[in-house]
Design a binder for this molecule. Structure first.
Ligand SMILES: [Zn+2]
Length: 453
């Protein structure tokens, strides 16, 4: 049974905070690198703090599969490869590599790693971020590895500097959870003004008997069947699928150990991204693309591309977000049937606190185009959605309330991992290819993503 300690004392928080100044200083160094020559690295210590602890840590279990070797076996291997790949570039003066410790009690060895490749005169910036939903980091890390190894020169030649952010939720990657050590879904946690942390989610309240089932998992088969039946009873019993999805995946800000908790305040990743990206954005006067890499949702085998919510409606004076129409037009030009545009606004339910709604606000002139890249695994049929949802709820339940036996918990975890990192050689071959197809188009063509005033 795993329980995170969900609050820290003010004294503890102060103790972990001093590194932020260093982070800001480093961001300034990075901005300087846009001129071409990396500066000497600042000390990499105490830059970032987690807010919670894991008292007991789950056993990482991931089935081995023959497939694309770009997919790492685990967090440690992925990080070591990322550092080695970046280190080779750094030795040639072509990149700057950094490590930001994320203090989580019980594990002193979690870091967010970055690689920044820049060339003098480049006006554009491409950011590739992986692992916001920790367990989804395998595909993201594979994409980063392949781009760094095979495509970096091409992208730099096209006038784009590139920032790779590896495992922005290292706890979730290492311990194979989507959430961070505080049970927070980081992609429900980003808020420019903090308004989301008091946002109600009425359908969630109606679903707590299902999503917060306090019983240990006794049998994966029987408990899955039970969860499926109860889900259908809610959906067909008057709630409807839209409200059900809103309740289970829209994010809730009420119960920290609950399902899809979005947090009570900004997690360290908000400060991290703000400090890291703001000067880089300011140093690039051309096009800026922020791509956040995910897996698990959407049609099987396809890469769904989401733009953020249209935050012009929030009356941001500089707001010029990418509209669904523009995104769809761009994806159409890619001419790859396995890559599809998806409208966040057109989906049946809304989410808040998404990183792709947060990052564009770091540029007052709306210069940043942020997208989620999501690789579908089980698919988007009614059955696939039911199975996906049940696997996630069981994982959450096993984490907080344990299982009848260790074997049951292992099976829960295997099913959960399979949802986000399927042991499927074809999937693993396709992911880096689809990513490059999209990035190739993004950096080669010059689509006008900006909405005229
Ligand atoms: Zn995700």
């Amino acid at each position: 049974m795993i329980r995170g300690r969900l609050r820290r004392t003010a004294a503890e928080r102060r103790r972990f905070r001093p590194g932020l100044a260093g982070l800001l200083g480093f961001a300034a160094v990075l901005a300087g690198c846009a001129a071409g020559v990396p500066d000497p690295p600042p000390p990499d210590k105490g830059l970032l703090a987690g807010d919670c602890a894991a008292s007991t840590l789950p056993e990482p279990v991931r089935p081995a599969v023959a497939g694309d070797e770009s997919f790492p076996a685990n967090y440690e291997e992925s990080r070591a490869r990322f550092r080695a790949d970046c280190g080779m570039l750094e030795a040639k003066g072509e990149a700057v590599c950094r490590q930001y410790p994320l203090a989580v009690k019980g594990d002193p060895d979690l870091t967010i790693d970055t690689a920044y490749a820049a060339r003098a005169g480049n006006r554009n910036l491409l950011v590739l971020q992986s692992g916001l939903h920790g367990v989804e980091a395998f595909a993201g890390a594979a994409v980063q590895r392949r781009i760094m190894a095979d495509r970096l020169e091409t992208i730099l030649d096209r006038g784009f500097d590139v920032l790779f952010i590896h495992a922005v939720n290292p706890y979730g990657f290492k311990y194979l959870r989507r959430v961070d050590a505080c049970n927070i879904d980081l992609n429900r946690n980003f808020s420019a003004d903090g308004s989301i942390y008091t946002m109600p989610n009425p359908p969630y309240e109606r679903l707590r008997s299902l999503t917060e089932d306090p019983d240990p998992v006794k049998s994966v088969t029987l408990d899955s069947l039970d969860a499926n039946i109860r889900t259908l009873a809610f959906v067909l019993g008057g709630m409807g699928s839209t409200a059900f999805s809103q309740g289970t995946h829209g994010g809730q800000y009420v119960n920290p150990p609950g399902f899809e908790f979005g947090g009570k305040r900004a997690e360290p990743q908000s400060d991290f991204l703000r400090s890291l990206l703001t000067p880089l954005i300011a140093a690039h006067a051309g096009r800026i693309y922020f791509l956040d890499l995910h897996t698990g949702l959407g049609p099987a085998g396809k890469l769904s591309v989401f733009s953020g919510r249209d935050w012009k409606e929030d009356k941001n004076p500089g707001g010029k977000p990418l509209s669904y129409y523009e995104l769809a037009r761009f994806v159409d030009t890619v001419k790859e049937p396995t890559i599809i545009a998806t409208s966040a606004r057109g989906s049946a339910f809304e989410t808040f606190g998404d990183v792709i709604d947060f990052v564009p606000r770091l540029a007052p002139d709306g210069a940043v185009v942020a997208m989620t890249l999501e690789w579908g695994t089980l698919g988007d049929s009614v059955t696939a959605k039911l199975v996906s949802n049940t696997r996630m709820m069981l994982e959450h339940r096993a984490h907080f309330h344990g299982c009848r036996t260790d074997e049951v918990c292992q099976e829960v975890k295997r099913n959960f991992i399979d949802l986000f990192d399927p042991a499927d050689a074809r999937f693993r071959r396709q992911v880096p290819i689809q990513a490059w197809t999209l990035i190739d188009a993004l950096t080669r063509t010059t689509p006008d993503f900006r909405i005229p005033q």
